[in-house]
Design a protein around this ligand. Structure first.
Ligand SMILES: Nc1nc2c(ncn2[C@@H]2O[C@H](COP(=O)(O)OP(=O)(O)OP(=O)(O)O)[C@@H](O)[C@H]2O)c(=O)[nH]1
Ligand SMILES: [Mg+2]
Length: 405
């Protein structure tokens, strides 16, 4: 990675830069003064140029979404590569991508990012400001541009294929009676830690942003619940970049329950900002219920204030995914939201079909046989009518032995 100079608006941006492994030689707060041609003000430009020379910086990173003309002007002025926030996020994604799907999505985003920059280069060449720049010049860039377009179309087809497979898989899981739970939230809020704590499986957890890009689905213990981890959110992600990861987010949009994981160790103000941002991204597309979860309780100060903020979207469940605190309550809450109830069935003869039905949609807790057979089980309440029907179909009056407990 590179030795960089960073112009930032938000301290969080420095973390983002460091999480990619860059060495920050110097950072400068941007303030509100802007020169539209460069985005940065003249004074800041001067300061950066001086520091870049003195410290031998290899790259300048700007906490903004630059117009391609601004990017071009900055590179020309500094004479070293300039990255904006979008470019940085794409680089981080590229670094973290492990699955084939994530790699394709990152590649797509990268190409999409390049297009306006290429247009800018062509524009500059045509206007004659840079005769002969890049050797072959204009035509070479035009060819390259066509190639990118073709490549993007190919990737899009591949991603669409994977999306359909994913949809099919989701349908099968639903048919098999699973409740689908998705974990959403800001990057580094502890989503993967939560998945691991609930499922006991190994997942990548790191003290850096965007450690997870692709989804991973696990079962919660013996419950009929499947839980999926997803890519984290961050401020200022342009809509097209979020769209590149849409197939992954579909796991969230189509889940029965979405756990909105929040970092309780953030200040109330930051927690609120991140919560609002997450809700903006999830928007109206979430079909299931959102359960707000405040994580990192072990490090949370002013908890009451944070609970009040989060109550706006629902009563939060308080957990520490790392310390394993509050996880049972969370599972209970999921069941409650799904209206999973506990029943007892008292029956003369337990038919295989009945067992199959209960196991498909619920979970048997206890079977005891005295004169009759007693089955205690949990099941979503909306399956009750169907079970009644099945019981009576097997033997009239059978369903009288079925009670909620
Ligand atoms: N103190 C404390 N730290 C936690 C807790 N849960 C997670 N962490 C830490 O928070 C950091 C991020 O955790 P991850 O689970 O990787 O976060 P994530 O939301 O999956 O992040 P991305 O995949 O980057 O979006 C790690 O260093 C975890 O150890 C917790 O309950 N308490
Ligand atoms: Mg993760």
């Amino acid at each position: 990675m590179s030795k960089v100079i960073v112009a930032y608006r938000n301290k969080e941006f420095l973390e983002l830069v460091e999480s990619l492994g860059h060495e920050i030689l110097y950072s400068i707060f941007m303030g509100d003064n802007r020169n539209p041609k460069y985005y940065l003000s003249k004074g800041k430009m001067e300061e950066i140029r001086e520091k870049a020379d003195a410290l031998k910086a290899e790259r300048v990173i700007v906490d903004a979404i630059l117009k391609s003309s601004q990017w071009y002007n900055l590179e020309n002025s500094f004479n070293i590569p300039v990255d904006d926030k979008v470019r940085l996020i794409i680089d981080i994604f590229a670094d973290r991508a492990r699955s084939k799907e994530a790699m394709l999505q990152v590649e797509y985003a990268r190409l999409q990012y390049e297009i306006p920059h290429l247009r800018e280069l062509v524009h500059q060449l045509r206007s004659g400001e840079h005769p002969g720049w890049m050797g072959g010049g204009e035509y070479e860039i035009a060819d390259y541009y066509q190639m990118i377009r073709r490549k993007m179309a190919r990737i899009r087809r591949n991603i669409e294929k994977m999306r359909l497979q994913r949809e099919e898989r989701r349908k099968m899981r639903k048919k098999a009676g699973y409740i689908l739970v998705g974990i959403a939230g800001y990057t580094n809020s502890g989503k993967s830690t939560l998945l691991k704590a609930l499922s006991g499986k190994d997942v990548v957890i790191e003290e850096r942003m965007f450690s997870t890009l692709s989804t991973r689905t696990s079962k919660i213990g013996k419950e009929k619940i499947l839980i999926t981890d997803t890519v984290g959110f961050v401020e200022d992600m342009p809509p097209w970049l979020i769209k590149a990861f849409e197939p992954t987010l579909e796991e969230i949009y189509n889940a029965d329950i979405v756990l909105l994981c929040m970092d309780g160790s953030d200040s109330s103000e930051i927690l609120e900002r991140k919560m609002n941002l997450s809700l903006d991204i999830l928007g109206s597309r979430v079909k299931g219920k959102i359960i707000p979860v405040i994580n990192k309780l072990d490090m949370a100060e002013n908890l009451q204030e944070k609970i009040e903020i989060v109550r706006r979207i629902g009563e939060p469940v308080l957990i520490s995914a790392r310390e394993g605190y509050g996880l049972e309550e969370l599972v209970e809450r999921i069941k409650k939201e799904m209206n999973i109830k506990r029943y007892c069935l008292e029956i003369e003869h337990l038919d295989g079909e009945i067992i199959q039905f209960i196991e498909r949609f619920g979970r048997i807790k206890k079977i005891a046989s005295r004169e009759k057979i007693f089955v205690e089980f949990e099941m979503p309440a909306d399956k009750l009518d169907a079970l009644h029907h099945l019981l009576d179909l097997i033997s009239t009056g059978n369903s009288e032995g079925l009670k909620e407990i």
